[in-house]
Structure formats: structure tokens, C-alpha cells
Design a protein around this ligand. Structure first.
Ligand code: NAD
Length: 251
């Protein structure tokens, strides 16, 4: 389905990013796994290759401002083009009321979740304009729309910013052949969610019981949404926020 197309997945060494890299590999794409953790990232690239895909690992610590453009350049160099980008890397602060969040936490959360997405999108759009086509999917969160437990003011604000940038850029670059959308995962079982649940003092079983789906998500649930948004089946979908949340936002 994705033969000859090159996909970049940031934060590809773990969780949703890892599952998405594998999902694209299974469908014949050439996959560039970007991440901070070289051994784990190389392991994911090897798992993609074992599925028969071309795959490469690119080291990128996106908390460093110039890393995003370098990541995109290296991804493009790996297979000569860039067709699809999944901007997935993100962090969440330890839960605390807004006034108790240290200033440095703002810099860390916005530096990765907003600035790195902005800088990656700039470089991805430039690469895709040369091709006259491309797809960008940003990993936002249901927290960008609703945060009923409180305690994650900065994470939630950063994801609202991702959703806003997604919509604006979709308007601006749709006419140039670049489709830009977002997914909003709800509670998906990854290291990030385990830490968040522990932080908020919420047992995972209680989270699962509160959802219409009666389970938390699997990384593959989010990955399949990304694959669909990247596919030609979604060629009329622009600036959309696709919730993959077991029904969380319906309530
Ligand atoms: P995860 O912790 O498994 O993955 C986060 C990824 O981001 C990791 O690969 C990590 O290495 C990478 N990362 C962190 N800091 C980085 C940096 N400085 N430079 C480069 N990469 C960095 O967790 P996940 O749940 O798979 O998270 C992926 C994305 O999904 C995040 O943007 C997160 O906000 C979003 N999300 C997750 C959930 C959930 O419940 N798991 C819900 C909504 C949104």
C-alpha cells in the first residue's frame, strides 16, 4: 500500500511511535525511525526491516532547537525523499496545579511538544513542497481538548497548540498538495500513560472502567489511525483531529 513512500516517525523508539513505525513497515513503506535512544531506535528499525521494509534509524534529541530540521534532512537523505511525517515525540509534566509548576517545566514541555513540532513541520513542508505532495500527522492528545482531572495545565496547553497549528497549516498547505491532520489518543498503554496514571493516583483499571471501550488503548490503536490518515483513503481529510480514545471525548 505504501510501497516507494518514505515515512518519518519521531519518538519512534517507544510506545505509539514504535507501533506506528511497525504498522507502516508492514504495509511496505520505507521507515525512518527517529529518536533519542539509539539502541532502542535501532531495534525498532531492525524490527521494521524484519518485516521486509527499508528502515533506518536517525538520532534526534528534539529538545535541542536545531535538531528538528536536522532530523528531517537526515530522514530525507536516508531514502532520497519524504512523503509522510508523524510528529509523535512528546513529554508530559508531573501532575501539579498550574501555580505550582516550575518555570523550567514550561520550557521543557513547550520546547518539545510545541517548538519541535513547529520546527519539524517547517522542514517537512519544505521537503514536501519540492515533491508537490505529502502528508503530515501530528500526535496531539485528548488533553488538548479536555482535561477533567486537572494537574496537566502545560501538557494540555501544548497539545491545544499542536491542534491549532495542525488546522492552520492544513489550510495553508492543502492547496500545495500537503495534507495535515492530527490524532488525539486518549489513554493508551505506554510508558507515558503508566507514569501519568501513577502521577494522578489513578489505577489503570479505574481508567479502563471509566471509558465506553472498557479498556485502555493499545499503541496499535493509535498507529492504525495514523496509517489511515496517511493513506489515499483519507485524501479528502484535511485539518482533522481524529480521537482514538475509547470514547473519552464523547462524554
Ligand atoms: P512514550 O513515552 O512511549 O513515547 C514518547 C516518545 O517521545 C519516546 O519515543 C521518547 O523517546 C520520545 N521523546 C521524548 N523526549 C524526546 C526528545 N527530547 N527528543 C526526541 N524524542 C523524545 O509515550 P507515548 O504515549 O507513545 O507518547 C507518544 C506521543 O503520544 C506523545 O506526544 C504523547 O503526548 C502522545 N499521547 C500519548 C497518550 C497516552 O496515553 N499514551 C495519550 C495522548 C497523547
Amino acid at each position: 500500500e505504501f510501497e516507494g513512500r518514505v515515512v518519518l516517525v519521531s519518538g519512534g523508539s517507544s510506545g505509539i511511535g514504535r507501533a506506528t513505525a511497525l504498522a507502516f513497515a508492514r504495509r511496505g513503506a520505507s521507515v525512518v525511525v527517529a529518536g533519542r535512544d539509539r539502541p532502542r531506535g535501532e531495534e525498532v528499525a531492525a524490527a521494521c526491516a524484519a518485516l521486509g521494509a527499508h528502515a533506518a534509524f536517525v538520532a534526534a534529541d528534539l529538545s535541542v532547537p536545531d535538531a528538528a530540521a536536522k532530523m528531517v534532512e537526515r530522514a530525507r537523505a536516508a531514502f532520497g525523499r519524504l512523503d509522510i511525517a508523524f510528529n509523535n515525540a512528546g513529554i508530559q509534566e508531573a501532575a501539579a496545579p498550574l501555580a505550582e509548576q516550575p518555570d523550567a517545566v514550561f520550557e521543557a514541555v513547550f520546547g518539545l511538544n510545541v517548538r519541535a513540532v513547529f520546527l519539524a513541520m517547517k522542514a517537512e513542508i519544505a521537503a514536501m513542497r519540492e515533491l508537490g505532495a505529502g502528508v503530515i500527522i501530528n500526535n496531539a492528545s485528548v488533553s488538548g481538548s479536555r482535561n477533567p482531572n486537572g494537574g496537566l495545565a502545560l501538557y494540555s496547553a501544548s497539545k491545544a497548540a499542536v491542534l491549532s497549528m495542525t488546522r492552520t497549516a492544513a489550510l495553508e498547505y492543502g492547496p500545495a498538495g500537503i495534507r495535515i491532520n492530527a490524532i488525539s489518543p486518549g489513554r493508551v498503554d505506554t510508558p507515558l500513560m503508566q507514569t501519568a496514571a501513577a502521577n494522578l493516583g489513578l489505577p489503570v483499571e479505574r481508567i479502563a472502567a471509566s471509558l465506553p471501550a472498557r479498556r485502555v488503548g493499545r499503541p496499535e490503536d493509535a498507529a492504525e489511525a495514523v496509517v489511515w490518515l496517511a493513506s489515499d483513503a483519507a485524501s479528502f481529510v484535511f485539518g482533522h483531529d481524529l480521537a482514538v480514545d475509547g470514547g473519552f471525548l464523547a462524554s
